[in-house]
Ligand binder design. Structure first.
Ligand SMILES: Nc1nc2c(ncn2[C@@H]2O[C@H](COP(=O)(O)OP(=O)(O)OP(=O)(O)O)[C@@H](O)[C@H]2O)c(=O)[nH]1
Ligand SMILES: [Mg+2]
Length: 307
């Protein structure tokens, strides 16, 4: 615990493993970590496969380290039940920082039984926050609902795009235009980056925004040479200041904690009535409803009351 608080990578890694394994020690661990919550800025990074998320993460770490920030990276893979596969390539792309004690990199897979990454990600973030990192980058491949999910865990969300990857369609994908606090067109060394940026700006421009609302900037980078990455970190700083001043930081964090408490409470309830584990009380009550012995309202009350 004490060593993890200092950011000792092996101790931090062990605590994350407890989260990943859904250890019975978790409630005690979370209780012990609670007083140290709220320091880290959580930054989500998402985008389609191959847009350059890992390369950008590597470059962002470099820039944040130049600004004396301690950085943790949590790479969550929503598509894989194993945490081994994607890691090898990422070790190479984020390899600049493996020996830096101010940097911690960990990948997590969706092998959890209870609620997968939706359940484990917030708890892993609690560990990294309590371990004293200034910035925690959460990298997720944008497939299905995972973009929206990562935005739900973060204070600031960066959506990464790249030219030649379906362009307009990338941005028009469900949810993308709502979740980004910053948009970054990566691979700007390639043709078409300016067009992606223009299209994106005009699509974002159509959105109604209140006075004082944050207007997501659209930046350009070449992650492989770290070009433009300092501007991304500047924009993150601006967004962090806006979050604090507008009260939005508090709102986002309360909303997140609410989801966490709700998820844990529902998990506990489900476990009690048997859909996690054995001896299914819900099945019994459902059969009673079908047989006309009880009604769904009475059955639901009985389920929640544990009777
Ligand atoms: N030309 C160019 N290539 C880049 C740039 N950034 C990344 N790449 C290359 O694009 C490929 C994919 O980069 P990654 O960083 O692995 O992309 P990713 O989004 O993490 O990919 P997944 O994790 O598979 O979704 C690699 O071959 C990178 O070297 C860039 O700015 N310009
Ligand atoms: Mg990657």
């Amino acid at each position: 615990m004490a060593k993890a608080r200092e950011g000792d990578p092996r101790s931090v890694g062990r605590l994350i493993s407890l989260v990943e394994d859904e250890s019975p020690l978790l409630p005690d661990l979370m209780r012990a970590l609670a007083p140290y919550a709220g320091h880290a800025r959580i930054v989500g990074l998402t985008g389609s496969p191959g847009v350059g998320k890992s390369t950008s993460t590597n470059a962002l770490i470099g820039e944040l380290r130049r600004r004396d920030q301690r950085v943790a990276v949590l790479a969550v893979d929503p598509s894989s039940p194993f945490s081994g596969g994607a890691l090898l390539g990422d070790r190479i792309r984020m390899g600049d920082h493996v020996l830096d004690p101010g940097v911690f990199i960990r990948s997590m897979a969706a092998r959890g039984h209870l609620g997968g990454l939706a359940w484990t990600t917030p708890q892993a973030l609690r560990v990294l926050d309590a371990a004293g990192f200034d910035v925690v980058l959460v990298e997720t491949v944008g497939v299905g609902q995972s973009e929206v999910e990562v935005a739900g865990h973060a204070d600031s969300t960066i959506v990464l795009l790249a030219p030649g990857m379906g362009d307009g369609i990338q941005a028009a994908k469900a949810g993308i235009l709502e979740i980004g606090d910053l948009y970054v067109v990566n691979k700007s060394d390639r043709d078409g980056a300016d067009k992606v940026r223009r299209d994106l700006r005009s699509m974002l421009g159509l959105a109604e925004r209140r006075d004082g609302a944050w207007r997501p900037p659209v930046l350009k980078t070449t992650a492989s040479t770290a070009t433009g990455v300092a501007d991304v970190v500047d924009a993150l700083e601006e967004h962090a200041a806006w979050l604090r001043e507008s009260g939005e930081l508090e709102r986002r964090r309360v909303r997140r904690a609410r989801d966490e408490v709700e998820t844990l409470a529902l998990t506990a309830l489900r476990r009690r009535w048997g859909s996690v584990g054995s001896g299914d009380r819900l099945d019994e009550l459902a059969a009673a409803v079908v047989a006309g012995e009880t009604d769904p309202y009475t059955a639901a009350d009985a389920l929640v009351a544990g009777s």
